[in-house]
Design a binder for this molecule. Structure first.
Ligand code: ZN
Length: 83
């Protein structure tokens, strides 16, 4: 029953702009979530993706690309803001 839960892409996210107030609420919520996820991942703790329940792991993609934390399926993908 995992069909349809693949990759919440940025595109799909933008399509949802019709319900803007809800989106802003969600964005606020997920911003806090993201920060705490990053904190916990970097502290070496196991954090499970809300979508697929796979562990979220720290990944340094390449020297040029920003580091990110993501789950195996990619539905959770949070770029690290190193600045
Ligand atoms: Zn996931």
């Amino acid at each position: 029953m995992m069909v349809g839960t693949v990759a919440r892409s940025t595109k799909a996210f933008i399509m949802d702009l019709s319900c803007l107030s809800q989106l802003q609420k969600d964005a606020k919520q997920s911003f806090g979530d993201h920060k705490s996820i990053i904190k916990r991942v970097l502290a070496g703790k196991t954090v499970l993706c809300k979508e697929c329940q796979q562990p979220i792991q720290f990944a340094l993609v390449s020297a040029d690309a920003p580091a990110n934390v993501s789950c195996a399926k990619g539905c959770t993908q949070i770029e690290l803001d190193m600045s």
